[in-house]
Design a protein around this ligand. Structure first.
Ligand code: SF4
Ligand code: SF4
Length: 403
């Protein structure tokens, strides 16, 4: 296992980001968080809050760094710990100072600290919020701590009342996956859009099996959710299935996990250090520099951190070379791979098993349904049509296209 600088690593909650713009900056106002989720690794008690001067430095750094449309995601820890005044100052600085990059914003929060004041600011900048609920209250609070569900729902009501769009991310663990039907029903009944993450083993836990979702079980879960989605088309949206389908259909990744994220994504720690992703914060060997020094892309490319990240990309080209899904999988998440295998060239994302399973399932169903849609004389060897579900992959394709 690779040694990391993070102090509170327990279990990895996987976040993958939609690549809505070609350039993505994760701003981490603080690594502090008031919650104590059992599998969380990304909070640090006593973490400082990003100074507004650092936001000025971010603007100066990015002005001429790369001429592409940009998404800023405020992440943590818990980014609302920075308070309303931080957002009141930071948002106009970023929006006006980088107007030429047409910035859009997003925020990832447990919503405990949501106030009408913060919600008003977020609504003004059309900032969607990704929050976390792992299913019904009893399942959620086993994983995230007693009282979590109610605090998040209270914040959700405030955000909703002010017109803020909130979507929930559901982390499946070794325990909660056994209740997958209850969890799916919870999202369906509440009309919540679903996005899911698998809990992965930590670097430092004494009991790595306690929460981590086994990759084979994760694959089963994705196929189960695909079937549920098709049976309830029009009643729920499952973002991961949409993304996986887009990968197969366009043959290009649409979330960071399935593209080469190195160079298109950067994270800024509370003290202005630049990393490949928020997950690497606290791992000094992966630090590219500091925004106060305004490093150019050329400067960053000379760092050992950049060279290490690129070694992973090269490793994927050889390790996944024979895989049918390499074009739109790209070896999965480099962080997952690096921490699981203890280096940049020792293995790919451990969720490879799950990715292969669901990509193959979607590809096979798509090919089969396209074959069935052909006149009988055009189907290979006149193969017999298969039994149809209520809705199939082609119906999902039409639903996604209509959106
Ligand atoms: S390391 Fe890359 S793929 Fe993994 S979460 Fe970060 S940006 Fe996404
Ligand atoms: S499915 Fe596995 S082998 Fe195929 S590209 Fe993804 S990580 Fe590599």
């Amino acid at each position: 296992m690779v040694e990391v600088g993070r102090k509170h690593t327990k279990y990895l909650q996987h976040d993958s980001y939609s690549m809505k713009t070609p350039f993505h900056i994760m701003l981490i106002p603080t690594m502090g968080c008031p919650a104590r989720c059992n599998y969380c690794w990304s909070s640090e008690a006593g973490s400082p809050v990003m100074d507004i001067g650092t936001v000025h430095d971010v603007v100066e750094w990015l002005k001429d760094f790369r001429n592409d449309r940009i998404t800023f995601t405020f992440h943590g820890g818990e980014p609302l710990l920075a308070g309303a005044e931080y957002y009141r100052q930071a948002l106009p600085l970023l929006a006006k100072g980088l107007e030429h990059l047409k910035p859009v914003f997003a925020l990832q929060s447990n919503l405990w600290l949501m106030t009408p004041e913060i919600a008003t600011i977020l609504a003004e900048y059309h900032i969607p919020v990704g929050s976390s609920i792992d299913g019904p209250e009893e399942i959620n609070d086993i994983q995230r701590g007693t009282g979590y569900f109610r605090k998040t729902m209270k914040g959700y009501e405030i955000a909703k009342a002010h017109g803020v769009d909130v979507r929930f991310i559901c982390t499946f663990t070794a325990g909660s996956v056994k209740r997958r039907a209850d969890i799916f029903d919870f999202f369906l009944k509440n009309r919540f859009t679903m996005k899911l993450h698998p809990a992965l083993p930590s670097l430092k836990s004494n009991q790595p099996g306690q929460w981590a979702l086994d990759p084979a079980e994760y694959g089963d879960l994705l196929v189960y959710l695909l079937d549920q989605y098709l049976d309830h088309l029009g009643e729920i949206e499952i973002m991961n299935i949409n993304d996986l389908f887009r990968c197969v259909f366009t043959r290009h990744g649409s979330v960071c996990t399935f593209v080469d994220c190195v160079g298109s994504t950067f994270a800024i720690s509370p003290d202005g250090d630049i990393y490949p992703c928020y997950r690497f914060i606290g791992m000094p060997e992966y630090c590219y520099g500091n925004v106060a020094d305004s490093p150019s892309l050329e400067d960053i490319k000379k760092t050992d951190a950049w060279k290490q990240m690129h070694q992973y990309t090269e490793y994927v080209d050889s390790a996944c070379g024979v895989c049918a899904h390499i074009r739109y999988c790209r070896g999965g998440c480099p962080y997952n791979a690096i921490v699981a295998h203890g280096g940049v060239d020792k293995g790919v994302d451990p969720n490879c098993t799950a990715y292969k399973r669901i990509f193959s399932e979607i590809s096979e169903r798509l090919n089969r349904e396209m074959g069935e849609a052909m006149p009988i004389e055009m189907t290979p060897f006149g193969s017999a049509p298969q039994k149809k579900r209520k809705s199939g992959i082609m119906a999902l394709m039409r639903t996604i296209a209509a959106r």
